[in-house]
Design a binder for this molecule. Structure first.
Ligand code: SAM
Length: 344
C-alpha cells in the first residue's frame, strides 16, 4: 500500500465544512452564485491542479465557508489573500486564519473581486521579470458563475497590460467555470465551441482544461457541471496589438458565427464603405472571405487585426465606428408647404 502523503502543514482539528455551514447558518445565496464544494478529496484535486504552491502567495477568490481555503493552507503557502463579498463567511474564515497563525499570513478582504486591487496585498519581493518563470503567486477560485466570464475578460486585459497581479510577472490562475464556458476557453479552430472567449484566452495564455466536476459535488447542486481550468500567461501574445482593438474585431467577426466571417468583419465599418473596406482588409490579411469565424486561427486573426490597424491609420474616422451604437433616427420630414407653415 502506498504511504499517505504527509501534508506540509497540519492544522488543529476543525469542524467539517458541513458543520461550519450548519454552525454559522450559512444558507447559500443564489444571487451570489453560492454553490459550496463539500468533498475534501475533490477540493484537494483543484488545489493540486495549481502545482506546487508551498511558500507562494495565494489569492483565493470567493472562499465562502473555506473548503478550498483549508486545502490551500495544508500546502503551506507563505501568504493567503482571501477576497469574499459575503460578510457572513467572516467568522468561518477567521477561524481558519486563527488555526494557521504564525505559519501562514492570512489577509481577509470582504469586498467585490471586480473592485479589489489584488496587487496591493502581494509583497513586492514576489516580482519577477515577465520573461522569467512565473512568480510565486497563484490565483485560485471556485468562481461565482455570475462573475466568472466578466472576471476572466477583465483579467486578460490586465495581463495584456502587465498590470495588477501581472505586474509581478506571469501569475498563474486555477479557476472553475461552467463546463460550457471552460470548453469554449480551450476550443481550438474547427471546434463548434470556438468563440470570442477562445481567441481572447488563447491569445494571452496557455489554457488547460484539467477536469470536470459534476454538479452533484456542490451544495446546492447547480444546474450545470463545472470545468477546472488553468491559465498561464505566455511570454508573447499571438496578436501583439491593444486588447480593446483585438476584442472589437473578434467580437464583430463572431457576432455572425454561422455566416462567412467577412459578414461580421463588414460591421467594423460604416454602412456606406462596409463592403469595400472589409474586402480590402481581408485582401491585406490574405484571408478567404468565405472562411467561417470558427475556422480562423489566432495567427490569422493577427493578420486581420494588423490589416484593420493599418486601415484605421489611413482612415482614422473609422476607428470609433460602433455598429452597436444606437442609430439616430431622423424625424419624418413634413411636406414642404406644411413645414413652412409650422415654422411661421
Ligand atoms: N470557495 C467556496 C467553495 O468552493 O465551496 C465557495 C464557492 S461559491 C461558487 C462562490 C463564492 O464567491 C461565494 O462564497 C460567494 O459569496 C463569492 N462571491 C460571489 N460574488 C463575488 C464577488 N463579486 N467578489 C467576491 N466574492 C464573490
Amino acid at each position: 500500500m502506498a504511504a499517505a502523503k504527509t501534508l506540509p502543514l497540519r492544522l488543529p482539528p476543525l469542524p467539517s465544512i458541513k458543520d461550519v455551514i450548519r454552525l454559522y447558518k450559512l444558507r447559500a445565496l443564489k444571487e451570489l452564485s453560492q454553490n459550496f464544494l463539500m468533498e475534501p478529496r475533490l477540493i484537494d484535486k483543484i488545489v493540486r491542479a495549481a502545482g506546487n504552491i508551498e511558500g507562494n502567495v495565494v489569492c483565493e477568490v470567493g472562499p465562502g465557508p473555506g473548503g478550498i481555503t483549508r486545502s490551500i493552507i495544508h500546502q503551506a503557502p507563505r501568504k493567503l489573500i482571501l477576497i469574499e463579498k459575503d460578510r457572513r463567511f467572516l467568522p468561518s474564515l477567521e477561524l481558519l486564519a486563527d488555526a494557521c497563525k504564525d505559519k501562514v499570513d492570512v489577509d481577509i478582504i470582504t469586498g467585490d473581486i471586480l473592485k479589489t486591487d489584488i496587487a496591493h496585498f502581494i509583497p513586492g519581493d514576489c516580482k519577477r521579470d515577465w520573461h522569467d518563470a512565473p512568480p510565486p503567486v497563484n490565483l485560485i477560485g471556485n468562481l461565482p458563475f455570475s462573475v466568472s466570464t466578466i472576471l476572466i475578460i477583465r483579467w486578460l486585459e490586465m495581463i495584456s497590460k502587465q498590470e495588477g497581479p501581472w505586474a509581478f510577472g506571469r501569475t498563474r490562475m486555477t479557476l472553475t467555470f461552467q463546463k460550457e464556458v471552460a470548453e469554449r476557453m480551450v476550443a481550438p479552430i474547427m471546434d463548434k465551441q470556438r468563440c470570442r472567449l477562445s481567441v481572447m484566452c488563447q491569445n494571452w495564455c496557455n489554457v488547460n482544461y484539467k477536469f470536470d466536476i459534476s454538479g452533484s459535488a456542490f451544495l446546492p447542486k447547480p444546474e450545470v457541471d463545472v470545468g477546472v481550468v488553468t491559465l498561464t500567461p505566455t511570454k508573447q501574445p499571438i496578436i501583439k496589438l491593444p486588447f480593446k482593438l483585438i476584442e472589437k474585431i473578434v467580437r464583430q467577426i463572431f457576432n455572425m458565427r454561422q455566416k462567412y466571417s467577412i459578414r461580421g468583419a463588414q460591421t467594423l465599418f460604416p454602412a456606406e464603405v462596409r463592403n469595400e473596406m472589409a474586402i480590402k482588409m481581408y485582401k491585406m490579411a490574405d484571408i478567404d472571405p468565405m472562411t467561417r469565424p470558427f475556422q480562423i486561427a489566432n495567427t490569422e486573426f493577427a493578420r486581420i487585426c494588423h490589416a484593420y490597424s493599418e486601415i484605421i491609420k489611413k482612415y482614422p474616422e473609422f476607428e470609433h465606428y460602433d455598429y452597436r451604437a444606437p442609430k439616430i433616427k431622423q424625424p419624418p420630414s413634413l411636406p414642404k408647404s406644411e413645414a413652412e407653415s409650422s415654422v411661421n
